[in-house]
Write a protein that binds this ligand. Structure first.
Ligand SMILES: [Zn+2]
Length: 391
């Protein structure tokens, strides 16, 4: 009965051509990235338990249906092995109904495709610049080649390269949550940052990651200045991630110092991953800070359906519908983008129809929210003149 009452809503979610505003690069077929990563954020030995998770069991059936094979990991792998990336990738991306994807290529994967090569699968591709990736490159290469290894020199190199690269990207992205956490001190002194820089350099090059909180906060604050100058949004990793992340430091409430800093009140911030499990906190921040926006990528593929519904419902508790955006956080394998698109459509349908049942929305308001969440909010928010197009 409900399906009937909401058939137009169902049509809207099924047909909307989405913008995937946060994902990563695909890898070629001979990459060492394990295919099990399509179903989980677990890595290493923890991957052995992935087949016992709800997202795995569900996604195996979804992939099997798409490829018309038996619902088992081995049948899906057999199908993929006998096919080309272009062939099964096209299947996944066509079924995902996307007009554009934005790629954070600072998540380095074995044998990954260049971001521009993704035009093979989607009509428009935008690049996201991960600030800590740029900083690491400068620390490991450019600073080594310069005559002095001082903070002043680092700052010059970083600002010059950030400004020139930023001209061709849709937004910046920070993984400060993975490093020293979201409680960024935007008033970190140059003296403290200099000390941090020298400590990092003494540890030996190449650095795999930046550890010093003062230096990390300094890089974040410098980047906010450039983001403001160029009117570029900053996507911020919040909530769940890989094991390296200390989840207690990924609660978006820790961003208060950044959000209350009047120098950056005109900046625009996107809290990625629905900040799961801090989705209520993210929702609250988006309701009280005009500069805070929400993106629910990763939550729409890596959780049980119940988990997705509950997290996205929490975003809707306070979050303005013009600030909530779809993404997949897909990486490495085309299936990961497809799982997110399929689940997000089902879950947004369910959450919006429940909001109608609760009396929060009329059916026409719910229908209007669909293109907003999957497409229009991103079109309004990001600068599409930076996006490259096929053909
Ligand atoms: Zn990501």
């Amino acid at each position: 009965m409900n399906e009937n009452k909401y058939c137009q809503l169902r049509e809207a979610v099924d047909n909307v051509v989405a913008i995937d505003a946060h994902c990563h690069n695909l890898v070629s077929k001979n990459s060492s990235v394990p295919f099990l990563s399509s179903f989980t954020l677990a890595e290493g030995a923890a991957l052995a338990d992935t087949p016992f998770t709800l997202p795995f069991k569900r996604s195996i059936r979804d992939a099997a249906e798409l490829y018309k094979v038996n619902a088992s990991l081995s049948a899906i792998e057999k199908y993929r092995n006998s096919s080309t990336l272009e062939s099964y990738g096209t299947k996944c991306f066509d079924a995902s109904k996307l007009s554009a994807i934005f790629i954070d290529d600072g998540f380095v994967l074995d044998k990954m495709l260049d971001w521009k090569e993704h035009l093979l699968f989607v009509p428009q591709v935008g690049r996201i610049l991960r600030i800590e990736f740029l900083a690491l490159k400068i620390l490991n290469q450019d600073l080594q080649q310069s005559s002095k290894q001082t903070l002043e020199e680092f700052t010059d190199l970083f600002l010059t390269q950030l400004r020139s690269t930023a001209k061709d990207v849709v937004c910046l992205k920070s993984i400060v949550a993975y490093l020293s956490g979201l409680e960024v001190n935007t008033h970190v002194t140059k003296k403290a940052a200099e000390k941090g820089l020298q400590e990092e350099l003494q540890g030996g090059i190449p650095l795999q990651i930046i550890f010093n909180k003062n230096l990390i906060d300094y890089i974040f604050t410098l980047s906010l200045g450039v983001a403001k100058e160029l009117n570029l949004p900053m996507q911020i990793h919040t909530g769940l991630g890989q094991k390296l992340l200390d989840l207690t430091k990924a609660n978006p409430l820790l961003l208060r110092g950044v959000l209350e800093d009047s120098r950056f009140s005109e900046n625009r911030f996107v809290l990625l991953h629905a900040s799961y499990p801090f989705s209520r906190e993210a929702s609250y921040l988006s309701s009280v800070y005009p500069q805070v926006y929400l993106d629910f990528g990763s939550v729409d593929s890596k959780l049980s359906i119940h988990g997705m519904k509950s997290a996205i419902k929490q975003l809707f508790e306070l979050g303005p519908l013009n600030k909530i955006m779809y993404s997949s956080d897909g990486f490495a394998f085309p299936e990961s983008y497809y799982f997110a698109s399929k689940n997000a459509r089902d879950v947004i349908y369910s959450v919006l129809s429940d909001a109608c049942d609760d009396g929060d929305l009329t059916i026409s308001e719910a229908i209007e929210a669909v293109p907003a969440i999957f497409r229009q909010n991103a079109l309004n928010f990001y600068d599409f003149s930076k996006v490259i197009k096929s053909g």
